[in-house]
Structure formats: C-alpha cells, structure tokens
Design a protein around this ligand. Structure first.
Ligand code: HEC
Length: 203
C-alpha cells in the first residue's frame, strides 16, 4: 500500500518535471524563431493610427510649470485679504482654520510655521526654498478635491495669504508675476547647490 502511494507520488512529480521542461523548451523555441524573424524585411508602418496632434489650446492647458526665476507665471494679481477669504472657503476644511493645525480630522499637512519654530514641521515658512513653487503647486494641485479649479488671480491671492501667514510678506502686499520671484524665502538658506565636479553629476 505504502509503495503504491510512493509510486503514485513519484509519477506525479515526474510528470510535473516533464511538463516544466516542455514549457521551457517551447519558450526557447519561440525565442529562437523571434531571433530569426528579427532580421527580416517587414517594415513598421509610418503611422499606427492612434493618438492625434494636440491643439495649441490643449498644450497651453498642460503647460503651466512655473520656475524658481518666475518663468511661466501668468498675468494677474492677488492680495492677502482676498486670499484669506478664499483660504477659509476652499482650504481650511483640510488644512485647519489657520494652517498651523494638524490632527486626525485634517487630511492636509500644516502650511504655516517659520524657521524659528522648535518642532520644525516642514511648512512653507521653514522648508520651501522658492515662493514661485507655492504658486505652481497650489495652481496645479489644490484644492486636493478640485485641482485646477482656481483662477490665476485666486492663486495669487492665496499665495499672498499663505506667505503673509508664514511672516514672509506684509499684509498689504499685492503679488504679481514681477514681484513674486523676488521674494526670498527663509528656507532658501537651508539648501545648498550641489556643485561637486569630477564624478557622476546627478542633480
Ligand atoms: C480635501 C482636502 C484638501 C483641501 C480642500 C486642500 N488641500 Fe492642500 N493638501 C491636502 C493634502 C492631502 C495634501 C498633501 C498632499 C501630498 O503630500 O501629496 C495637501 C498639501 C498641500 C500643500 C503642500 C504642503 C507641503 O508643504 O507639502 C499646500 C501648499 C496646500 N496643500 C495648499 C492648499 C490650498 C492653498 C488649498 C485651498 C485652495 C488646499 N490646499 C486645499 C489636502 C487638501
């Protein structure tokens, strides 16, 4: 009885091994036939027939990056007062009434804190090196549940409000494409340019 069981098991194992070998052989055979075909003369079609050339309007809608030197900032302006109202309406539910709060009920991180803050939460005031990045980020990503819904003027106003809340600009400031890139962020000094030479330069 015992030998019968062992025999059956062995047969099962052997058939498994044979099957795997066959599969491996099939794979090799396929691979070889592909190699042979790789040298043939079949040409790729000039077009595959999918996709389309985007319109200038579609490209403009995606081309919204703003660089540290302000390149890419749109026309328009905004002030702290308007920004405060917009913040309360569209941001406070996730970032807290003043941007300093955090907790289980707030899905967003703290946005306000300065470089002197002891706890050093990574906020706009103590971590972001460029003011223009704030504009870019808010315009493309916030409010989290409705990204892209703010007008450029609204983004300027919210940027002004958040920079004022972080004690970086005065309450009366009106921001636009000219003066936003000139703001020196307190955290800029915390970053150093990687200017090492003579090795793989990954920047
Ligand atoms: C529905 C919730 C929600 C709303 C509303 C919302 N945010 Fe956020 N916000 C988030 C979350 C979540 C993150 C973190 C995203 C991540 O790290 O990928 C975030 C991240 C941010 C950051 C980056 C913070 C950092 O230092 O990394 C900024 C700035 C910001 N939000 C600004 C705003 C502004 C301005 C508004 C209003 C116009 C807004 N958010 C509305 C949820 C929200």
């Amino acid at each position: 009885m015992l030998t019968k069981i062992i025999k059956t098991k062995l047969t099962a194992i052997f058939s498994g091994v044979i099957l795997i070998s066959l599969l491996a052989f099939k794979d090799r055979a396929l691979h070889q036939s592909f190699q042979i075909q790789a040298g043939d003369t079949t040409k790729w079609p000039a077009r595959f027939g999918f996709g389309y050339t985007p319109t200038a309007q579609e490209i403009t809608a995606w081309d919204i990056d703003v660089r540290p030197d302000g390149k890419g900032l749109p026309k328009g302006q905004g002030d702290v007062e308007k920004g405060k109202g917009l913040y309360t309406l569209k941001c406070a539910s996730c970032h807290g009434a003043n941007g300093v709060e955090t907790g289980a009920k707030l899905p967003g991180p703290a946005l306000v804190g300065d470089t002197a803050a002891k706890s050093k939460p990574k906020t706009i005031g103590n971590y972001w090196p460029y003011a223009t990045t704030l504009f870019d980020y808010v315009r493309r990503a916030m409010p989290y549940n409705q990204p892209g819904s703010l007008t450029d003027n609204e983004v300027y106003s919210i940027t002004a409000y958040l920079l004022n809340a972080n004690k970086i600009i005065k309450a009366g400031a009106v921001l636009n494409a000219q003066n936003l890139p000139k703001i020196i962020m307190p955290a800029k000094k915390l970053f150093i340019m990687d200017d090492r030479k003579g090795g793989p330069e990954v920047k």
